[in-house]
Structures are given as structure tokens and as C-alpha cells.
Design a protein around this ligand. Structure first.
Ligand SMILES: Nc1nc2c(ncn2[C@@H]2O[C@H](COP(=O)(O)OP(=O)(O)OP(=O)(O)O)[C@@H](O)[C@H]2O)c(=O)[nH]1
Ligand SMILES: [Mg+2]
Length: 202
């Protein structure tokens, strides 16, 4: 299927490619976690920019729409010396790719559902993805609700209160980010890492 990978398709972290249903394979190791993470949300909310900021510390104001999905990985170290390798599937938000989403969220340990704080439509779409994940995702999936483009606060149309309420009702972690200014991008992934279920040492 030629549409599975886009410009960011290569796993630059380890130089190998992975399939969309890559599970957390290998022996459980409480110090070195590997997690499959999927980003979902409307086209244009900034999913690819969030990933680019997190993985490479860059922002691309001319970011192109994602075709199919793209894969990148990034490892972070936590204060307790645990490392977490995020295997990130950045899905395409355009409607024509919606049917592909289950390929990427199936088996995912973490789902990051993104909306744009200036777009109520994108907040509705985020709620659609949350429902879809509740129906078809893993029962123990860690879900984060992300209000991106926080730098555009003068154009805000989704209140922090509404998003916080929605996240609390759905057992999600909520944060506002800006891929443009880098605000809260690392914090997003650190908070996710803290919420991961840890394999218990034998
Ligand atoms: N002001 C501002 N613009 C942003 C931010 N994040 C992304 N953008 C802009 O929003 C546009 C879309 O960003 P993308 O990351 O490509 O959006 P996407 O969610 O990956 O879209 P699809 O791949 O179609 O699903 C680009 O023009 C970005 O420059 C942000 O935090 N602030
Ligand atoms: Mg994209």
C-alpha cells in the first residue's frame, strides 16, 4: 500500500522500519519501556508539527498534510532513570484516510488526541476519536487530550474549562501545547510516560 508512509516515514532513531501493528515485543523490562503511541485528530491541528518538535526540536510553518501515516521514534529518560522509547504513528487527519486509523490505534498503548484551540470543529472531531478509541482501542489505553496552537490564544474558541471537563469525564490527561513555540511539548510526553503502566519486576 503506497500510502502508508509519507515524507517522515523512516524511523531515523534506529534505522529500521516497523509495521503499523508493532506490539511492545521483547521481554518486559521495568527500566526500558517501549510504547506504541498514535496521534489522532482533524487535519491541520498540528499533529505532525507536535511530533517534529518533540523528535527534532524543529517547527515547520509550511508543514504538508500527512498522507496515510508517518512513523518516527524518540526515547526519553525520566528522573528515576527509566527510559521510554515512543514509537509514534502520526496519522493523517483528512477524512479520506479515516478508515485507516484502526491500523494505527489497534494495539497502541497511548493515544494522543489533538485539536486546535481556535477550532471548535476540531474539538468535536477530537471527541469523535475518543469515542472510537473507547469502542475499539485497547481497554487499558492511556489517552491524552491535547489543545494545540496555544500561541494563538487571542483567537481561542475552545475554553480550557470545556476541555478539562471533557477530559476528566473521559479519564484523559489534558494539556495545551504549542508546536510553534515548543510550549508544553516535552511535558506532554513526560506526563504520558509517568502514566504508563509499569511491568512489575519478577
Ligand atoms: N500557530 C501555530 N501553528 C501551528 C502549530 N502547530 C502546527 N501549526 C500549523 O498548522 C498547520 C498544520 O500543521 P500539521 O502538523 O501539518 O497538521 P496535521 O494535524 O499533521 O494535519 P494532517 O497531516 O492533515 O492530519 C501548519 O501550517 C503548521 O505550521 C502551533 O502550535 N501554532
Ligand atoms: Mg500531519
Amino acid at each position: 500500500m503506497g500510502i502508508l508512509f509519507s515524507r517522515d516515514s523512516a524511523d531515523r532513531g534506529s534505522g529500521r522500519l516497523a509495521g503499523p501493528n508493532l506490539e511492545n515485543a521483547g521481554a518486559p523490562d521495568s527500566k526500558n519501556l517501549r510504547v506504541k503511541l498514535v496521534l489522532l485528530g482533524d487535519s491541520g491541528v498540528g499533529k505532525s508539527c507536535i511530533v517534529l518538535r518533540f523528535v527534532r526540536g524543529q517547527f515547520d510553518p509550511t508543514s504538508k498534510v500527512t498522507v496515510g501515516a508517518s512513523f518516527l521514534s524518540q526515547t526519553i529518560a525520566l528522573q528515576d532513570s527509566t527510559t521510554v522509547k515512543f514509537e509514534i504513528w502520526d496519522t493523517a487527519g483528512q477524512e479520506r484516510y479515516a478508515a485507516l486509523a484502526p491500523l494505527y490505534y489497534r494495539g497502541a498503548a497511548v493515544a494522543v488526541v489533538v485539536y486546535d484551540i481556535t477550532s471548535p470543529e476540531s474539538f468535536s472531531k477530537a471527541q469523535y476519536w475518543v469515542k472510537e478509541l473507547q469502542k475499539h482501542g485497547s481497554s487499558d489505553i492511556v489517552m491524552a487530550l491535547v489543545g494545540n496552537k496555544a500561541d494563538l490564544h487571542e483567537k481561542r474558541e475552545v475554553s480550557i474549562e470545556d476541555a478539562t471537563d471533557y477530559a476528566e469525564k473521559n479519564g484523559m490527561f489534558f494539556i495545551e501545547t504549542s508546536a510553534k513555540t515548543a510550549d508544553n511539548i516535552n511535558q506532554l510526553f513526560e506526563e504520558i510516560a509517568k502514566r504508563l503502566p509499569r511491568p512489575t519486576a519478577q
